[in-house]
Design a protein around this ligand. Structure first.
Ligand code: AG3
Length: 279
């Protein structure tokens, strides 16, 4: 008998992946955690039934959430990641020798434990000595930090359940405070395509615009997320996301990546008309 995982993308649309083997199922204090193996996408992590990553396409998401701001900031040393317990964002960050420390604030310790065991592709760098993991609610953690981080990456779930507070004005305002004078905040920004996702994305963008002098949105193609068309928010105190960037300096780092490159960097901020009209 075939076993299939299904995520409801809307009330009328479902996305299914054929499961080879269920590797982990747990109900933590915060959410249901599933990890399974599949022929098409390799290992898959789902939280409360929503796909967080697959081994086949996670590079698209993790490279875009990390290298866009890392290329813009001239000297990113101290980084905060909120969410991201799978470790994919941390793995991309520790590729930079300029990075001195990464605080990873993940609410759910069970996600980290399960990913360390079953998703070494993303969790493999969580033991890097520059990484400090805090099992805390990011919403609370951020209240107690001021003028400290060069970059904050909000690698959250969707805006309901444990991730809900990470899309609010209060949270973005506290991120602004926690950043240094030339700090940058980037967040996963949902999809513009289906109405409910687009509405959440629109609301979040308005709050960011009210909290930061520079607020833009950029996009990537992520096949296993609803509609495959995904957005990221770029919020900054000082640097424009592509006019103030020393691309040649970044290229000299010689990072070997699969999705991000400096041509794509600027291009990813060019949005389709229907998305521009939503913002
Ligand atoms: N965080 C964003 C996942 C959003 C997916 N939404 C959905 N499938 N409905 C991913 C975390 C990866 N580090």
């Amino acid at each position: 008998m075939d076993l299939w995982f299904t995520e409801n993308h809307t009330e009328n649309v479902r996305f299914s992946i054929k499961v080879d083997k269920q590797l982990y199922t747990g109900q933590s204090e915060f959410q249901r955690i599933d990890i399974f193996d599949s022929e098409e996408f390799g290992r898959v992590l789902a939280l409360d039934g929503y796909v967080m990553l697959t081994e086949k396409d996670e590079f698209m998401y993790h490279e875009m959430i990390v290298h866009v701001p890392m290329c813009v900031h001239p000297n990113p040393r101290k980084i905060l990641v909120i969410g991201g317990g799978d470790g994919g964002t941390v793995r991309e960050l520790v590729k930079y020798s300029s990075v001195e420390s990464v605080d990873l604030v993940e609410i759910d310790e069970e996600v980290v434990t399960a990913c360390k065991e079953y998703l070494p592709q993303t969790a493999g760098m969580l033991e890097d000595p520059r990484v400090n993991t805090h099992f805390e609610d990011g919403l609370k953690f951020i209240r107690h930090h001021e003028n400290e981080y060069d970059l904050i990456i909000v690698d959250s779930t969707d805006p309901f359940g444990p991730g809900e507070g990470l899309f609010t004005r209060e949270f973005y305002g506290n991120c602004y405070k926690a950043l240094t004078d030339d700090g940058i905040m980037v967040n996963q920004h949902e999809s513009p395509f289906y109405a409910n996702d687009a509405y959440a994305m629109q609301r979040a963008h308005k709050q960011i615009v009210n909290s930061f002098p520079i607020a833009r949105v950029y996009q990537a193609h992520i096949p296993t997320y609803p509609s495959g068309h995904w957005l990221f928010g770029f919020a900054s105190k000082k640097y424009h996301p592509y006019n103030d960037v020393d691309f040649e300096k970044w290229k000299k780092l010689g990072l070997k990546l699969k999705y991000y490159n400096t041509n794509l960097h600027s291009a990813s901020f060019a949005l389709p008309t229907y998305v521009e009209e939503l913002l």
